[in-house]
Design a binder for this molecule. Sequence first.
Ligand code: SF4
Length: 270
Amino acid sequence: MSCCHDAHIALTPYEILRLSRSLNLSTTEFIDRHLIEGGMVLRNLADGGCCMLGDGSCRVYSDRPLVCRTYPLLRVVRGQAESFAKFMPLPTTLGVYGEAGTVGDFLTEHRTAEFISNHDRYFAVLQRIIAAIAAAITSSPKLFPVVREIIERRTEFHAKTPARLMDVDVVVGDYCGSRGRACPREFDDVIDLHVTAIEEIAEDLRKGVARDGSPLDHDDGAASQRWQNQLADLSELAGALGAAADANVMLMLTSAIFGLPNQGRAGTSK
Ligand code: SF4
């Protein structure tokens, strides 16, 4: 359990939902009880142990986050290319490290496929959010410092309150409530709807800018406020997803604003 001490584990919404369901909690309850640094990082206890450690083992082992599955491998994604780097395990680890076996065998044994595909799915969501924010900033350049501050607060783990759009149950509840439909109960349906809801918010922002330009330039105060709230929510989420994916969100954003080639890159490490 050396690697379960003094770790810094940032989570994607998918991982937050997995862990909360494992403990029979809503995502809101899980975030309140077990996450710190703006509702993104697993809390460590006074002895440095992860708050998910139970009596000598991980109490959410079958739902543990991706970094706990891939350790001591570092997953790196650059464009479409994926690679795994081996970094030195902690000196206190009792793990047995040899040259037998393959990375593929290791990943299969630790059931990483579903986690990796959902990481990549949220990273793709992040890229679409970046496109929507870039369109908004191109329309209203004076918003750039505001957006940058929000994103940096998240990526540097300085935020005090959780990002609203990271709370899967709240987002899905709002989405279904506003459409008069029942909330799904199955795990996969919930996560699908979370992704859909976020994508629709990002698409609304992007389309609104394309159609009307910046609402800040019009007289409608309510529309302008709604637009700014949406931009702030998406910026919070971009920072949080970027931090969880170890991606450089500001580089992605400036590349998108200036129309440079996609700088998308993500990693996964404890
Ligand atoms: S989630 Fe489980 S495996 Fe991961 S660090 Fe915490 S206790 Fe260890």
